[in-house]
Design a binder for this molecule. Structure first.
Ligand SMILES: [Zn+2]
Length: 145
């Protein structure tokens, strides 16, 4: 089965250790995600390509309990939609990234918990192609299943 990324240049993939691709300003060192055409802080054009940390902490989160409006394009219908978590993840001291979470159970999600980047299926096209997107998953404590 073919797997493709939902958009180019958003994350490194295929990879055992995927990273989000952000931008770093050569003038003021501001870090952005995604990579932007110019620095949002000082206006410098052409940011450097900068790979973000794989792990971060969950700054805040919510759950998406209903099917988002177009152009969400997951291929889900109101009948098949499954709620998912959405989080704001602090990556190092560089940047906060809004992303899907692999977990949507409020009993599991905790403010400040450690999360790690994962590449997950977003939808399956009619020809069987799996379209992949990025999400953050809780980091399990060592030795705990
Ligand atoms: Zn700048």
């Amino acid at each position: 089965m073919t797997e493709i990324a939902f958009a180019p240049d958003v994350f490194t993939w295929p990879s055992d250790e995927p990273r989000l691709i952000g931008g770093r300003c050569p003038s003021c060192a501001a870090v952005t995600f995604p990579l932007k055409p110019s620095c949002p802080r000082c206006g410098t054009p052409e940011l450097d390509r900068h790979l973000l940390a794989r792990r971060g902490t969950l700054w805040t989160w919510t759950t998406q309990d209903f099917l988002p409006k177009e152009p969400y394009a997951s291929g889900e219908t109101f009948e098949t939609f499954r709620p998912y978590g959405v989080g704001l993840v602090q990556l190092g001291d560089e940047v906060r990234v809004e992303a899907r979470l692999t977990e949507s159970d409020p009993a599991v999600l905790q403010f400040g918990m450690e999360v790690e980047l994962a590449i997950v299926p977003f939808r399956v096209d009619d020809d069987g192609t799996k379209v992949m997107t990025y999400a953050f998953q809780p980091v399990r404590a060592e030795g705990v299943q």
